[in-house]
Design a protein around this ligand. Structure first.
Ligand SMILES: O=C(O)CCC(=O)C(=O)O
Ligand SMILES: [Fe+2]
Length: 390
């Protein structure tokens, strides 16, 4: 723990750029640093809590996009102090690490601040020996062939590791989907990833989990859970007791930004360098069998890379939008049509849409061009990583 304390003690007064905040909050913030410097962790913790409660109100008022970065920066910084205090006062590791994760998820690192919550969370996690390892669950043994063998002319084209130039010419430039095989064998994740491994590396880390079958359903919600809780409640229990009424899906989360140890297990596909921006958005999709992402489109090109389990993917081109009864408002990228059971009375034009479909297997990556409609169902316990780039 010495390393953490040293780096905090050499931090310059971090509140200089927040002079505009309410004087009560500012004096709380100053008390945080003063008491921390005096090794008065109880007092420091109390001041952290006042400040975090104050800022929490600000973070939960109005639209997220309108929240000033200042509040998120304060939330980030104070979470750092709070986490160290909790650790010094011998609170359970879970509480210290959860404080870091809340700071990472809700906050943003101030520019001039050189302390990193991600590093603190990793350090704390490594200090904690996980004692509750789960046993791994074998992938489902019986492939449900009736579901997963579409006729050949309707299946998505497959190609073995094309050159950059041929990928650009034959698929990228004309916006044509393709499944690329034999390009992921060098990913450490293919061998390393298991439930036990996630528990060891990240079991106590808090992540957002989608609860409910589809994000378009009325009873859909989101919960913050540790990776251990997610595995126990939504994967182990699911396998042992059968599918629960509401599935849990760790979906579209920038897990690899949050937990750098896992980032080392994946490799950005070379094809992403054909875009203009150097850094793709990398998202994790981790869940039990039976998760569904309803038919939707995204604004960027995508390589959806399958690491564990299989996924059934259905695709149709962007120009079918007029037949897809697209939602309005927040879900304006999502069709109202349930493509697994199309209600032709309600959505007659959907009869005109022809889908291509295929099962994506571990070690394969699916190129989904920007705006291409896609529907995804997991057939097993599954982990995919998507790279959105433009
Ligand atoms: O795998 C899924 O459930 C959905 C993936 C997806 O929509 C994406 O990568 O854009
Ligand atoms: Fe998507």
């Amino acid at each position: 723990m010495e390393r953490i304390r040293t780096s905090l003690s050499i931090a310059r007064d971090p509140w200089g750029s927040f002079e505009q905040v309410h004087p009560v909050l500012l004096s709380d913030l100053k008390r945080v640093t003063q008491t921390f410097g005096l090794v008065q962790y109880e007092q420091c913790l109390a001041s952290c809590q006042y400040a975090l409660d104050y800022v929490w109100e600000k973070l939960n008022t109005g639209h997220w996009k309108d929240i000033s970065d200042q509040w998120r920066q304060i939330y980030y910084s104070v979470s750092y102090y709070k986490s160290v205090c909790l650790y010094e006062l011998h609170h359970p590791p879970l509480k210290c690490i959860k404080t870091c994760d809340m700071g990472i998820l809700m906050g943003v690192k101030p520019l001039k601040w050189d302390l990193c919550l991600k590093e603190l969370a990793s350090t704390l996690h490594k200090l904690h020996e996980s004692t509750e390892l789960v046993k791994d669950i074998p992938a489902a043994k019986i492939p449900r062939l009736e579901l997963i063998s579409p006729s050949k002319d309707k299946s998505i084209q497959r190609v073995s590791c094309p050159s950059l130039e041929s990928f650009r010419k034959q698929w990228l430039s004309i916006g044509q989907p393709v499944i690329i095989t034999d390009c992921m064998h060098h990913w450490p994740a293919l061998d390393k990833w298991s439930l036990a491994y996630f528990q060891t590396v990240a079991g106590l880390r808090t992540v957002p989990v989608e609860i409910g079958s589809r994000y378009t359903d009325d009873d859909w919600s989101q919960q913050l859970l540790t990776i251990s809780q997610f595995i126990q409640q939504y994967i182990v229990k699911h396998q042992a007791e059968g599918a629960p009424a509401r599935r849990g899906y760790l979906a579209q989360h920038q897990l690899f930004d949050q937990i750098p140890e896992l980032r080392d297990d994946i490799i950005v596909p070379e094809y992403c360098c054909l875009g203009e921006s150097p850094d793709p958005d990398i998202n994790a999709w981790f869940g039990p069998e039976g998760t569904v992402s309803p038919l939707h489109q995204d604004p960027k090109d995508n390589l959806l890379c399958q690491v564990k389990g299989r996924k059934l993917v259905k695709l149709c081109p962007p120009d079918m939008a007029d037949c897809l009864y697209v939602n309005e408002g927040m879900l304006a990228n999502t069709s109202q049509v349930d493509v697994e059971s199309i209600d032709l009375q309600k959505f007659p034009l959907a009869a005109k849409v022809s889908f291509t479909e295929s099962v994506l297997h571990p070690g394969e990556m699916l190129f989904i061009p920007a705006k291409y409609w896609h529907h995804v169902r997991s057939l097993d316990l599954s982990f995919s990583v998507s790279f959105w780039w433009s």
